[in-house]
Ligand binder design. Structure first.
Ligand code: 4AD
Ligand code: MG
Length: 461
């Protein structure tokens, strides 16, 4: 019978010495002495390595002395109190088997590598301390997100990835087709004939699960989606990816104020949960990535967010005396430089901006009484800018239809969405949180490419 391995995360927390445990992992370094050598072993279960002592008493000692960084090994040994500094336990090896050798060409030799270099070896970078920590925190954060919603009465809905609707109306959609691109069928007017395509019409990868989410919120009451989202916008920034994960709660019988309350409570809760459960991985970010990070996260958890209307935000920006690359005027979109000024310099805290001009927002947002603004909100955080975008949805049939006409959206194509207003319409609201942006905020990592396992960005796959 083969023995179960014990993970290093458990061994380093052990209460007592243990005999003959099976430890399997990858060698980070080897240090040699005359009659023994040390292996620093990591198995991915935690940031810390386990020190293994291999003496002449171990079979094959001489040939094992050439075990190299990156090699995988299987070791049976006793867990004993460590003589050395820096660790409580170490393992005295009794048997060592080299599973997979790792030649000198192994790219992760013990030295500092640039993040750019690491992106070129995204298949190996999770073996590095920094990325191991990023992806363990990512896993824990997604669990926290599910916990938050599940414990607050939300149902998890899987909205489709292939869709026929353009939720945000921004036109940055990836097309999904099985047409022969070399010789596509054309109709008599010379245009591509999508009636011959797989779904007999134009289809895309989804930019948001919101519209489908609304159908479920107006049935199950409170729902959330958490899945991949695709945007073909050609934004080559440190905060945009072409494929990213979005969390989208949608709540029936909810107005914009309650929606903002939910978004703020949610962001605080998942950050607190991560602080509580990922301590040792977070230490790495606090110590080596951003010295102010811990204080910033605790501040966000403990203090209320600021709230300011778009109109007030514009006044603050205009009064700032700053020279902007993009001019600030009522009616224009807030650019990243404006968002960052508000959260980093003016408020020095997260800030939720609400009631945006109707003209710059999608068709589904609820028109406010002033007729000029919509019940929209964005949560902005220092270092990143927007991490949440949401709104109260237009639940009044006549106004929704008017908005659709104005945005050139076909009532026929969206008849299912309009039905939600025809039959038992209710006030409802929701938001979308960029999962990677939240992870950037929590880890202090400055580039979205470094918090996604395999990043997809313009020109890069
Ligand atoms: O503000 P957005 O575009 O909102 C929506 O899609 C709504 N349908 C959400 C809703 O109300 N249910 O996107 C929501 C969030 C942004 O605040 C941002 O954090 C993230 O998604 N995001 C991106 N993250 C990474 N790369 C991109 N290209 C992103 N675009 C948006
Ligand atoms: Mg947005």
């Amino acid at each position: 019978m083969s023995r179960e391995r014990t993970e290093i995360a458990q061994l380093i927390e052990s209460e007592s010495a243990q005999e003959s445990v099976l430890i399997q992992g990858w060698v980070r370094t080897r240090r040699d002495s005359k009659d023994f050598f040390f292996l620093e072993l990591n198995d991915g279960s935690c940031l810390k390595n386990l020190q293994v002592v291999v003496t002449r008493a171990v079979d094959g000692f001489e040939s094992l002395k050439s075990i190299r960084t990156g090699a995988s090994v299987s070791i049976v040994g006793d867990l004993v109190a460590s003589q050395g500094k820096g660790q409580k336990w170490e393992a005295m090896a009794k048997e060592v088997v080299l599973l997979g050798d790792s030649p000198e060409s192994y790219p992760l030799q013990k030295k500092r590598h640039s993040l750019e270099f690491m992106r070129e070896i995204s298949h190996l970078r999770p073996r590095a301390n920094l990325f191991g920590a990023v992806f363990r925190v990512r896993s824990r954060l997604s669990f926290a997100i599910h916990r938050y919603f599940q414990e607050n009465g939300f149902f998890y809905v899987n909205t489709p990835i292939i869709t026929a609707s353009d939720c945000e109306g921004a036109g940055d959609l990836f097309k999904v087709t099985t047409l022969d691109m070399e010789a596509p069928p054309r109709s008599e007017d010379g245009l591509l004939d999508f009636s011959q395509d797989f779904f007999s019409q134009k289809t895309y990868l989804t930019v948001s699960g919101q519209l489908e989410g609304e159908a479920f919120a107006t049935s199950l009451g409170k729902i959330y989606t958490f899945g991949p989202t695709f945007r073909a916008e050609n934004s080559n920034t440190s905060r945009h990816a072409s494929e990213f994960w979005m969390v989208e709660p949608e709540i029936a019988f909810c107005d914009l104020r309650q929606d903002m309350d939910c978004a703020e409570d949610f962001v605080k809760w998942v950050i607190k949960d991560t602080l509580d459960t990922c301590q040792s991985d977070l230490e790495l970010f606090f110590n080596y990535v951003d010295k102010d990070l811990e204080e910033r996260l605790r501040f966000v958890v403990e203090r209320p967010f600021n709230r300011v209307s778009y109109t007030e935000a514009v006044e603050i920006l205009q009064a700032s005396g700053k020279k902007w690359d993009y001019p600030v005027e009522w009616g224009a979109n807030l650019q990243s430089e404006h968002e960052r000024y508000l959260t980093e310099e003016h408020f020095k805290s997260p800030v939720t901006v609400y009631d945006y001009p109707k003209g710059i927002k999608p068709f589904y947002m609820r028109t406010n009484e002033d007729q000029k603004t919509v019940a929209a909100m964005d949560v902005l955080v220092p270092g990143i800018g927007e991490i949440v975008g949401g709104s109260q949805r237009e639940e009044r049939l006549d106004i929704l239809l008017e908005n659709m006409k104005h945005h050139n959206i076909s009532e026929e194509d969206y008849s299912w969405y309009v039905d939600l207003r025809r039959f038992g319409s209710v006030p409802h609201a929701g938001f979308g949180l960029g999962f990677e942006r939240l992870l950037m905020f929590i880890t202090g990592m400055g580039n979205i490419r470094d918090v996604i396992p395999f990043a997809r960005t313009p020109g890069n796959i």
